[in-house]
Design a binder for this molecule. Structure first.
Ligand code: FAD
Length: 318
């Protein structure tokens, strides 16, 4: 028996930060169940797989196959099912990111395994297998009891801290049966080289209070000083002031950075739905009654066109 953790690889070949959290989480679940923690990597990577042992993983199955060079949820699901059988996995852990969300439900259907999507804590194994998960856009938590022999968990990014110890994982090549891809990506037209929003530790976000796209320079300066990703509210993306991939909220991306700086955003419930899992929220708004201040850890009441450049300058000097 084992706990299998899917290792998600970023475009640059490194292991995604959210996957490192999933590795630590999976290793801790394995400790709870007193079974081995095993990783599976399917995408091409330049990361040192053996070094992932420091997250508590004993063994990593690596699949090198031309048909897996590009992410394909159907192909990845089929290969993972083969690894599940090989390692007799009773729990399979994903990060609840785009790739995890694409594979976990497919694998759940294929293996007839109960799926907990968006887990935020370790399972309670003393009372069956009960997992706490985030529901209603992060407004509440549900305790979900999984009753199937195989259980699948996708872990909300930034909800579980990575832990590092001494250790090295055994890396073995897994000979998988892979079908020719049904869909082939022939070209990717990258819109941006900016820091990925879902992986960013810090996010600087602008709303309608920015008045227009021509004013975004002050947010870009702040983001640059903080090594932060940029985001925006929905009306900003709808008005084409910013690209749609930056839109966060109920109908946009859901993010959970360590620091979210909201500039000129009122804090509508639909916006909060995508950002309320942020560890620390800073709100800059000229209206002291703006609803966002209720969700903020720190608030600055003032004109953003005065506050933001001063903040950037202070960070630059510090
Ligand atoms: P506004 O509400 O116009 O707020 C602008 C803020 O800027 C105000 O608080 C104002 O005080 C402040 N401000 C103005 N000038 C300055 C200044 N000089 N200095 C400092 N502060 C200033 N919205 C999302 O963001 N994401 C979603 O996913 C989303 N999904 C939705 C889904 C549905 C079904 C619906 C109905 C709505 C959705 N919305 C979403 C829209 C949401 O309800 C709000 O309308 C939107 O979030 C408001 O955007 P805003 O805060 O940028 O603009």
């Amino acid at each position: 028996m084992s706990v299998l953790i899917f290792i998600d690889i970023a475009e640059d070949g490194s292991v995604k930060k959210s996957s490192l959290e999933a590795l630590t989480y999976g290793a801790h679940v394995a400790q709870q169940l007193n079974v081995a923690a095993v990783g599976a990597v399917l995408a091409p990577t330049n990361a040192d797989m053996a070094a992932l042992g420091k997250y508590g993983i004993q063994k990593i199955y690596q699949v090198n196959h031309e048909a897996l060079q590009q992410f394909d949820a159907q192909a990845y699901t089929k290969v993972l099912a083969q690894i599940v059988e090989q390692v007799q996995a009773s729990v399979i852990v994903f990060s609840h990111n785009n790739n995890g969300k694409a594979i976990a439900p497919r694998l759940s259907a294929r293996l007839k395994a109960g799926l907990v999507a968006g887990a935020v804590d370790l399972p309670d194994t003393a009372n069956g297998f009960v997992v706490k998960k985030s529901v209603f856009s992060g407004k509440a938590f549900a305790a979900v009891s999984v009753t199937t022999p195989i259980k699948i968990i996708s872990l909300n990014p930034n909800s579980y801290k990575t832990e590092i110890a001494e250790g090295s994982a055994e890396v073995v090549t897994f000979d998988a049966t892979v079908d020719a891809p049904k869909v082939k990506v022939i070209n990717i037209n990258k819109q941006t080289d900016e820091i990925s929003l879902s992986e960013a530790e810090i996010v600087v976000s602008g709303g309608r209070g920015m008045k227009g796209p021509e004013n975004w320079g002050i947010l870009e300066d702040l983001a640059k000083e903080l090594n932060a990703a940029l985001a925006c509210s929905r009306p900003v993306a709808d008005a084409h002031w910013r690209p749609h991939h930056e839109h966060v909220g109920q109908t946009g991306g859901a993010i959970a950075p360590n620091l979210y700086i909201a500039v000129g955003i009122s804090g509508a419930i639909q916006h909060l739905a995508g950002v309320n899992r942020s560890k620390v929220i800073v709100v800059i708004n000229k209206d002291p009654e703006a609803p966002f201040f209720k969700a903020a850890d720190y608030g600055i009441v003032g004109d953003l066109f005065e506050v933001v450049p001063k903040l950037t300058e202070a960070i630059r000097k510090s």
